[in-house]
Write a protein that binds this ligand. Structure first.
Ligand code: MN
Length: 262
């Protein structure tokens, strides 16, 4: 098959993508390129394979108390989504404290500890009852945020990218396959400490939209694909870190994630 008919075939496959939690068409054939672009991958616990990252979706204001601290009313405004670039991932090995560079341009750099769902199937208009079939596994992650820039842009009704979607803004631990976890985490402690002092302390059951509901909602707006990650939102008591601070965060059933701000 020549290159043109390959392109036709993949376009037809894309157009014919089915609703529900479906396996995707084949990946693009390997085209000749003038230089290489590094792929983003995350270690998979208990495997020599790595999880290839396609997109990073993040959910905003998915815990009521955090929505209120951000100035919105969770009974009137539903959670919403934004994205980070896939190369914003910073892999952090369990049992280590990784150096994390304080980013440029901000004077108010915030942590947000979050459960991350990693998808191995996708689709459009996925029913909540089928959504968890799309989840390959889970990890602990941080949605690091230049809060002053996020707020400043929000105040001007401009996009948030500069506050949320910058380099290394998505530290993450390894991905634990669902089978290894013995199921999908729907409750359990989620906490974050800075220099040993507890800052965030909540329970996964306090999410407004469950992971299944997040997948269902997202799939109405975007066709989800294998390799997509969903940062499922942070609980209340987000706050700042400065150079020298050590972050230790935890979700029941997953190893802690440690960072030192440098
Ligand atoms: Mn977040």
């Amino acid at each position: 098959m020549d290159r043109r008919s390959l392109l036709h075939t993949s376009a037809a496959m894309a157009a014919g993508a089915v609703s529900g939690c479906a396996l995707p068409g084949q990946a693009q054939s390997s085209a000749k390129t003038p230089f290489e672009v590094a792929a983003t991958t995350i270690p998979i616990v208990g495997s020599d394979q790595r999880f290839p990252v396609r997109r990073i979706y993040c959910i905003g204001r998915n815990y009521a108390a955090h929505a209120r601290e951000m100035g919105s009313d969770p009974t009137r405004e539903p959670p919403f989504f934004f994205q980070k670039p896939s190369d914003a991932i910073q892999n952090v090995a369990p049992g280590t404290v990784a150096d994390h560079a304080y980013p440029t341009l901000t004077k108010n750099y915030h942590y947000e500890c979050e459960l991350v769902a990693a998808l191995h199937k996708g689709g459009r208009d996925i029913a909540p009852e089928q959504a968890l079939d799309c989840v390959f596994g889970y990890a602990i992650g941080l949605d690091m945020t230049r809060r002053d820039l996020q707020r400043g842009m929000g105040d001007q009704k401009k996009p948030w990218e500069i506050g949320k979607s910058f380099d290394h803004s998505a530290p993450i631990g390894p991905i634990h396959p669902v089978a290894r976890l013995g199921g999908h985490p729907a409750k359990g402690s989620i906490w974050l400490k800075v220099n040993g002092q507890t800052k965030q302390d909540a329970d996964l059951s306090q999410m407004i939209w469950s992971v299944a509901e997040q997948i269902a909602q997202l799939s109405r707006a975007f066709e989800l694909q294998p390799g997509d990650l969903i940062y499922s939102g942070t609980p209340e008591n987000v706050g700042p870190v400065v150079r020298g601070d050590v972050i230790d965060c935890h979700i029941d059933g997953l190893p802690n994630l440690g960072l030192k701000i440098v």
